[in-house]
Design a protein. Structure first.
Length: 219
């Protein structure tokens, strides 16, 4: 008669429990590691976004400061233009003031003396404005990666979307200004730069709001 070995059920159950615990620990550790990596990626994205918005803000301020001088110069010179924007009637003192206030806007070639100490100055207006290199690479990348964008709070997403949406409008407005410059449509150019200036001032405020929101973005 063959005698079967006794099965230690307590030992079997114990081993099954250990295997179950080991599997669960492995799953938990894997999830914990993934969550840690996701959180690290979210924090890195926040830092990169802060850098992008800060850089955009600085570029915007520089470009807008230069661009808004063009509408101001145009409006001032309109009081001195004769027939078109290639001729200016002014006294030597007025000419000197115009040149000092808006250097390079009107490039003088020659002059003809008129009555009452005034001169007809011939030349031409020179338009040169800045296209700020505003980036949306970090923002676009963050939106394409759900693991990152899902970690943003609603307030943070709203502030960023508001800023980058207005940024897009500003760049499109400046594109229109480029077309007007290329076709010598100076009246339209001045209007478009004026609108771009309004967008720029609003965008500066939205950039600051986005930076404030990024400080507590929900990570």
């Amino acid at each position: 008669m063959v005698k079967l070995p006794k099965v230690s059920w307590s030992k079997v159950i114990g081993e099954v429990v250990l295997i179950f615990v080991a599997i669960n620990l492995s799953i938990w550790f894997n999830n914990w590691n993934q969550n840690r990596q996701t959180r690290s990626s979210q924090q890195e994205a926040m830092v990169i976004l802060q850098q992008e918005v800060t850089a955009n803000l600085e570029e915007l301020r520089i470009a807008d400061s230069l661009n808004q001088r063009l509408p101001q110069a145009w409006q001032t010179y309109r009081g001195f233009f004769h027939e078109d924007s290639d001729q200016v009637i002014a006294t030597p003192n007025q000419k000197a003031t115009l040149e000092a206030t808006y250097p390079g806007f009107f490039r003088y070639k020659d002059s003809v003396a008129l009555k009452e100490g005034r001169y007809l100055y011939r030349g031409g207006t020179h338009f040169e404005f800045e296209l700020p290199p505003l980036s949306d690479v970090a923002w676009g990348t963050a939106l394409r990666i759900p693991q990152i964008s899902q970690g943003f709070s609603f307030e943070c997403l709203l502030a960023l979307e508001s800023a980058y949406s207005l940024q897009d409008k500003l760049l499109k407005q400046l594109d229109l200004a480029v077309v007007s410059l290329q076709t010598n449509d100076f009246e339209s150019l001045i209007i478009q730069l004026d609108v771009a200036g309004q967008f720029a001032r609003q965008l500066e405020a939205r950039y600051r709001e986005a930076l404030t929101a990024l400080e507590t973005c929900g990570f």
